[in-house]
Design a protein around this ligand. Structure first.
Ligand code: NDP
Ligand code: MG
Length: 397
C-alpha cells in the first residue's frame, strides 16, 4: 500500500499529539504532509523538526516569520491564516486530514477538506454542530469519507452493520433501534448545584478519565460535550433525537453502544485513550497498533451506569432542544457555549452561568434558519457570539 500523506489541523493540541504518536509508530504507512497550530509557535517548530512535514501553518504573518526563523534551513514551507489552512487541508498530495482544531475555527478548513474529497478524520465536532447538513451534503457530493474520531462516535461506527460503515445504507433501515452514547459524567458528577456555583476553572479541567484540551474539558464538566455529541451523532448517523440516548458510565470503558431491533446491544470497549479511535480511523478498514494497553477486565471488576441528571446539567437539555429546533439553533448553541466557556476560563463568570448564557442566547436567536452556506453559518455564529458576549457582561462576577 502506498504511504498515506496526512495533514493534521490542530497539531499542537491534545488530539494532534495523540495523532502524531500513532503516525510515528507506522512510518511505512503514514507521512505528515502538513502540521498546523494557532499560537503555540515553539511547540509547532519542535513537532516539525521531529515529524518533517512539507508544510507548517500558524495563525498570523508575524508568527509565520518567527516560525520561519526557527525552522531556517529545514526545507519546510510556511503559511499562515485561514487560506493556508484550507490549502493544506485540500492539497492534491494529501490523502487524509485530521480535523482537530478546537471550536468554530475548525469549520472552514474541514469543509475545504470535504470539498476536495479527502478522507476526513473528524475530531472537530463543532463543524457538525454548526453546519451538519451542509457538511454532510458536501461530503456526499465530493465522495469525502468521514471517519469519526470522537470516542463515542467512533465506537458507534464500529458497532454499525457493514453496509452502514461502507456508506451504502442508513442505520434507520439496517435494524438499528437506537444509539446509546456513554458519558463519564465529568468531574462534577456527584456535586450538588449549590456546590457547582463555586467551582474553579482548575476544578473543571481536571477530568477524571480523559486528558483533553481546556475547552472540551469544561464542556465535559457542564455535560455540554455530551449535548454536542448527541447533535454530532444525529449528523453522522441520521437518527432523530428520540433514538439518541445518553447514559452516564463513570469508568469510560464502554465508549458507546448500538441497540438493534432484536434487542441486541453492541458495545465497543477499551482503555480511555484517544489513540484507539485515531488508529482505527487512520487504518480503516484495517487495524494497526495504537500503543494503547489491553484493557484488564478482571482488575476493572465492575462497570456502573446511571441516568443523566438534566436538572444539575442543563446544557444537556439545551443541546437536545437545539437539535430538535434545527441546525440554526445548534449553531447558536455552539457559539454561545464557546463564548461562555472562554468567559468562565477567564474567571469572568461562574461555572453555572455557562448554561444561563447559552439558554438566554438561544431564547433570543434560536429561531435562526439552518445555514445553507458556510457564509450563513459564519453569520449566525458571529451574531450569537455578540449576543452571548452581552449575556456574559450582564452576569459578570
Ligand atoms: P486543544 O485545545 O488541545 O487543541 C486545539 C488545537 O486547535 C491547537 O492545535 C490550537 O493551536 C488549534 N487552534 C485553536 N484555535 C484555533 C484557531 N482559531 N485557528 C486555528 N487553529 C486553532 O483541543 P483538543 O485537541 O482537546 O480538541 C480538538 C478538537 O477535538 C475539539 O473540537 C474537541 O471537541 C475534539 N475532541 C477532543 C477530544 C480529546 O480527547 N481531546 C475527544 C473528542 C473530541 P494552538 O494551541 O497552537 O493555539
Ligand atoms: Mg467524546
Amino acid at each position: 500500500m502506498p504511504v498515506q500523506a496526512i495533514t493534521i489541523l490542530g497539531a499542537t493540541g491534545s488530539i494532534g499529539a495523540s495523532t502524531l504518536d500513532v503516525i510515528a509508530r507506522h512510518p511505512d504507512r503514514y507521512r505528515v504532509h502538513a502540521l498546523t497550530a494557532h499560537t503555540r509557535v515553539d511547540e509547532l517548530a519542535a513537532l516539525c523538526r521531529q515529524h518533517r512535514p512539507a508544510w507548517a501553518v500558524v495563525g498570523t504573518a508575524a508568527d509565520a516569520r518567527r516560525l520561519g526563523a526557527l525552522l531556517a534551513g529545514e526545507g519546510i514551507e510556511i503559511g499562515h491564516g485561514p487560506q493556508a489552512l484550507a490549502a493544506v487541508a485540500s492539497a492534491s498530495a494529501v490523502d487524509a486530514v485530521m480535523a482537530a482544531i478546537v471550536g468554530a475555527a475548525g469549520l472552514a478548513p474541514t469543509l475545504a477538506a470535504a470539498r476536495a474529497g479527502k478522507r476526513i478524520l473528524l475530531a472537530n465536532k463543532e463543524s457538525l454542530v454548526m453546519a451538519g447538513e451542509l457538511f454532510m451534503s458536501v461530503c456526499r457530493a465530493s465522495g469525502a469519507r468521514v471517519l469519526p474520531i470522537d470516542s463515542e462516535h467512533n465506537a458507534v461506527f464500529q458497532c454499525m452493520p457493514a453496509g452502514v460503515q461502507a456508506g451504502q445504507a442508513a442505520p434507520a433501515g439496517s435494524g438499528v433501534r437506537r444509539i446509546l452514547l456513554t458519558a463519564s459524567g465529568g468531574p462534577f458528577r456527584r456535586r450538588s448545584l449549590a456546590e457547582m456555583h463555586a467551582v474553579t476553572p482548575e476544578d473543571a479541567v481536571a477530568h477524571p478519565n480523559w486528558s483533553m484540551g481546556r475547552k472540551i474539558s469544561v464542556d465535559s464538566a457542564t455535560m455540554m460535550n455530551k449535548g454536542l455529541e448527541v447533535i454530532e451523532a444525529h449528523c453522522l448517523f441520521g437518527l432523530p433525537s428520540s433514538r439518541l440516548d445518553v447514559v452516564v458510565h463513570p469508568q469510560s470503558v464502554i465508549h458507546s453502544l448500538v441497540e438493534y431491533h432484536d434487542g441486541s446491544m453492541l458495545a465497543q470497549l477499551g482503555n480511555p485513550d484517544m489513540r484507539t479511535p485515531i488508529a482505527h480511523a487512520l487504518a480503516y478498514p484495517e487495524r494497526v497498533d495504537s500503543g494503547v494497553a489491553s484493557l484488564d477486565l478482571a482488575q476493572l471488576a465492575r462497570l456502573d451506569f446511571e441516568a443523566p441528571d438534566t436538572q444539575r446539567f442543563p446544557c444537556l437539555r439545551l443541546a437536545r432542544e437545539a437539535l430538535e429546533a434545527g441546525t440554526g439553533a445548534s449553531c447558536v448553541l455552539n457559539a454561545a457555549n464557546e463564548i461562555a466557556v472562554a468567559a468562565f476560563l477567564e474567571r469572568r463568570i461562574g461555572f453555572t452561568r455557562i448554561a444561563d448564557v447559552v439558554e438566554s442566547t438561544l431564547q433570543s436567536l434560536g429561531g435562526a434558519a439552518s445555514p445553507a452556506s458556510i457564509e450563513a453559518a459564519v453569520e449566525i455564529d458571529a451574531q450569537a457570539r455578540r449576543r452571548a458576549a452581552a449575556e456574559v457582561l450582564a452576569r459578570a462576577a
